[in-house]
Write a protein that binds this ligand. Structure first.
Ligand SMILES: Cc1ncc(COP(=O)(O)O)c(C=O)c1O
Length: 446
């Protein structure tokens, strides 16, 4: 460790009280650089509060947040329903019970989650990847059970090219991109990747060796690509022939993001397993793995668990989030405003040759550009010059995951801003960006 906590406090206090804009950011960034594991390349912005669909930095500048903490803050910031639930739970003094005991909210939340997903049983945990790990373990346990009952069932799994299922060892094994897998080899063996939406390849890869087909019904990190109706139906049909599990990762696309509780509800059949996380508890860490009664047969006490998962505070907030989405008809709003947003972006694409395609469902939207450089430039200009947050995925795709509360006026402003920046870029006017980005980086990294 190269910096003591006393020195850090002194630095932060001096620089903050010094009054110069961004000094708290500079001190924080310098301290993090020596203290944190080098996992994140953060943007030079330090947020101090949030309200509705806006975040505010330390200088009080408002940012329109079209990313919502990578799809987490579906109800935006400082939402009264979430605040009420947190206050009510903290007033009981009960933030944790462990899973050795009961508390008031688990069964109510489990009932709600099974109702909205069409699943039968729930396992509550703390993150997306933990929910997906539970799904992977369930697939293996279910296959083991079927074998013990005389069925033929192997231990391999099919996952899709461009998939993303998280950062833990099982999740990276089912994640396609090499950069997430390569440094951690050997990852869990036995995962076959098939090309996205290629029904023929899926049928060829499938056999009684397979215990699960893993899909994201709407791929997020892979660049906002929906699984086709044909592919989904084929995956369902193949699993039905052997008893393998169809597992739908809804960590990014679920909880209302596409205008339905889960993106698989745009198809006609249910999966056997699904996973939820991100917006489920309004910004508190929570994940959930849900499954059918048949899949759940394979799990008995002690086979899986978590210390924190399904704690009273996260459950109370998750209940408030679901109630609010229902009471405020937010699924309808997401459908309506998402459809409008996509239509406006498609009209933008018709005016700008640098846009290859606009894809999305509800408020999970991507603008695919022909150039990765342009995508990077636009994302940074939106953030540093126009104070609008979005991110870039799969190199060329600008991704929007705004809070469910976004309005038409905010959509119109965003599209107008993009129109302006695209026009400037197409005319080669990028000097200003280069200057402002370098300035911002220098302020933080020295
Ligand atoms: C589809 C999908 N699965 C899993 C994960 C991992 O979730 P977490 O980061 O909460 O572990 C993500 C995160 O982006 C995701 O988008």
């Amino acid at each position: 460790m190269t910096m003591s906590s006393t020195q850090l406090e002194a630095d932060v206090t001096t620089t903050t009280n010094g009054g110069a804009t961004n000094m708290n950011l500079v001190a924080t960034a310098a301290a993090e650089k020596t203290l944190l594991l080098n996992t994140y390349d953060r943007y030079p912005i330090l947020f101090t509060r949030g309200e509705g669909v806006h975040l505010y930095d330390e200088a009080g500048t408002a940012y329109l947040d079209l990313l919502s903490g990578i799809g987490v803050c579906g109800l935006g910031y400082n939402h009264p329903a979430i605040n009420r639930a947190i206050l009510a739970q903290t007033s009981t003094g009960l933030l944790h019970t462990s899973n050795l005991f009961f508390h008031n909210h688990t069964a109510t939340l489990a009932l709600k989650l099974t109702e909205i997903t069409g699943m039968d049983r729930v396992f509550l945990c703390n993150s997306g990847t933990e929910a997906w790990e539970a799904a992977l373990k369930l697939a293996r346990a279910h296959a083991d059970l079927l074998r013990s009952e005389g069925r033929t069932m192997g231990t391999q799994m099919i996952a899709l090219e461009h998939s993303f299922h998280g950062r833990t060892m099982g999740s990276v094994a089912t994640t396609h991109k090499q950069k997430y897998r390569e440094p951690f080899q050997p990852v869990m063996p036995g995962v076959l990747f098939v090309p996205f939406n290629d029904v023929k390849a899926l049928r060829e890869a499938f056999s009684t060796d397979i215990c699960a087909i893993c899909i994201e019904p709407l791929q997020g990190e892979g660049g906002i690509h929906p699984v086709s109706a044909e592919f989904y139906a084929a995956a369902r049909e193949l699993c039905d022939t052997t008893g393998a599990l169809l597992m739908a990762d809804e960590i990014q696309s679920g909880m209302g993001r596409t205008g339905k509780w889960c993106a698989y509800q745009h198809h006609s059949a249910l999966p056997d397993v699904t996973t939820l996380a991100k917006p489920i508890a309004g910004g508190l860490p929570m994940g959930a793995m849900l499954c059918t009664e048949e899949a759940a047969r394979s799990i008995t006490p002690g086979m899986h668990g978590t210390t924190f998962g399904g704690g009273p505070l996260a459950c109370a907030v998750a209940l408030a989030v679901i109630d609010e989405i229902q009471d405020a008809n937010l699924l309808d709003h997401v459908k309506e405003i998402g459809g409008y947003f996509i239509a406006q972006l498609k009209a933008l694409a018709a005016r700008h040759t640098s846009i290859a395609e606009v894809r999305g469902m509800g408020l999970m939207i991507g603008i695919d550009l022909h150039s990765a450089d342009l995508a990077g430039e636009l994302q940074k200009r939106m953030m540093f010059e126009r104070h609008t947050l979005l991110n870039r995925t799969s190199e060329t795709v600008l991704r929007f995951l705004p809070p469910f509360l976004i309005t038409r006026a905010q959509v119109d402003d965003t599209v107008a801003t993009l129109d302006e920046l695209l026009t400037e870029s197409e005319h080669g006017n990028t000097a200003q960006l280069a200057h402002s980005t370098v300035q911002a980086k220098e302020a933080v990294h020295g």
